[in-house]
Design a protein around this ligand. Structure first.
Ligand SMILES: Cc1cc2nc3c(=O)[nH]c(=O)nc-3n(C[C@H](O)[C@H](O)[C@H](O)COP(=O)(O)OP(=O)(O)OC[C@H]3O[C@@H](n4cnc5c(N)ncnc54)[C@H](O)[C@@H]3O)c2cc1C
Length: 365
């Protein structure tokens, strides 16, 4: 009996690599046979970068560092926050990250990496789980659901809560950017926001968040008008095709129980405006691996499931507050004007709001 991880992207790869580091073997099922260039803002915040680079040492070389966040609130109002203590995030193209994680999974002896194999169904047994995959059945003592925002494991295990929610994202990439930046810029417009992330090598990623119709029109060719409405000049030429994505899923109740652990977007659906989804997938994956390693070492599974649930909620809460604030700012020009004045008058507010991007407090284990 073993640990089976469903999903081999940020959350699943972190869990498997951290488990291997702790001496525990796992099987990783990933339905895609090739790496995915997922629609994403492509900025990994310092908390996620610090943890992931410990498992994937080449991480920093894949992209470009960023040293802070800059919020463009409209009407020329700007708020900037630099990370303290030489901390930095990394802007990294999702395709490059996915490829590097796949290579790391494939070369690790303790990981049975199975790209192109999808989970079809799972069933509780007397001492674990029985999984049906596109390539036969598997028995597992513990299962990690790292299968993304629309997690099929969430539904199959009866842990979906509430109606699915979410919104669309459109990713554009620009090359030959004349003014390389060292920060992530967030532009707020009316009903649309943009994340602008430096990727290195004169390239910039722009992720637009908004309603589906508007972003579909932008994908068909209206993107320059939308960027200029946001006061955003990427300073380079469009590279490849704009890519549209629906980020939508239900909430998950009981993120760890009966040997089934949820990690990353499968565990919680945060609005992408937080710019924190990958960071939480990394932090959650690492915390989940700690709990699973302790179970493998003889600890009581129930206590470890509760510990993981507490850890995940503690790590998530500040990001939820940050997300709620950013959504308030995004939805109301009035709040944007007020927030701009208040935050400019008291810069420590922005520091407090953005602080979760730096790291989560370590719990002694
Ligand atoms: C527009 C947009 C902008 C964003 N910007 C940022 C940003 O700037 N910074 C940031 O940190 N986050 C950002 N995010 C969020 C980030 O992309 C996600 O939070 C992150 O990808 C979550 O990682 P994950 O591993 O949980 O899920 P995913 O990356 O979705 O990976 C899930 C994996 O599971 C696999 N899978 C699914 N079902 C099965 C199955 N049945 N069997 C086997 N495998 C399966 C999938 O193929 C996939 O590889 C953004 C999201 C959007 C939509």
């Amino acid at each position: 009996m073993t640990v089976v991880i469903v999903g081999g992207s940020v959350g699943g790869a972190t869990t498997a690599l951290a488990l291997a580091r702790a001496g525990v073997a796992s099987v990783v099922l990933e339905r895609r046979s090739e790496a995915l260039d997922k629609v994403c803002g492509e900025g990994l915040q310092p908390a996620g970068r610090a943890l992931l680079s410990g498992l994937l040492p080449e991480l920093d070389e894949l992209g470009a560092p960023f040293e802070g966040l800059r919020f463009h609130l409209g009407g020329g109002r700007t708020l900037a926050w630099s990370f303290p203590d030489a901390l930095h995030g990394v802007g990294v193209e999702r395709l490059a990250l996915d490829r590097a994680m796949r290579a790391a999974l494939a070369r690790e002896d303790r990981i049975d990496w199975r790209p192109g194999v999808a989970l079809r169904s799972l069933e509780r047994t007397a001492d674990g789980w029985r999984l049906e995959t596109t390539e036969g059945g598997l028995e597992a003592a513990q299962v990690v659901a790292a299968d993304g925002v629309a997690s099929s494991l969430r539904g199959a295990s009866g842990r979906a809560r509430g109606r699915p929610r979410g919104r669309h994202g459109l990713r554009l990439r620009f090359a030959d950017v004349r003014r390389p930046a060292h920060e992530v810029a967030v532009h707020f417009g009316t009903g649309v926001e943009a994340y602008v992330t430096p990727l290195g090598g004169g390239r910039t990623s722009v992720a637009l968040l908004g309603d589906g119709e508007r972003l579909a029109a932008a994908r068909r060719g209206a993107w320059p008008a939308l960027l200029s409405e946001l006061g955003l000049d990427p300073g380079g030429t469009l590279q490849g095709e704009p890519a549209l994505w629906l980020h939508r899923g239900a909430r998950t109740r009981r993120v760890a129980a009966d040997g089934l652990f949820f990690v990353g977007d499968a565990a919680l659906v945060l609005d992408p405006i937080s710019g924190a989804g990958m960071t939480l997938a990394v932090v959650g994956g690492e915390r989940c691996a700690r709990a699973l390693a302790r179970i493998a070492g003889g600890a009581a599974p129930g206590a470890e499931e509760r510990a993981y649930t507490r850890d995940l909620h503690a790590a998530t809460r500040p990001f939820e507050r940050l997300t709620a604030f950013l959504l308030l700012v995004a939805r109301s020009p009035l709040v944007r004007r007020g927030a701009g004045r208040v935050l400019a008058a008291a810069p420590s507010w922005i520091e407090r709001l953005a602080r979760p991007t730096l790291g989560v407090r370590e719990r002694s284990v």
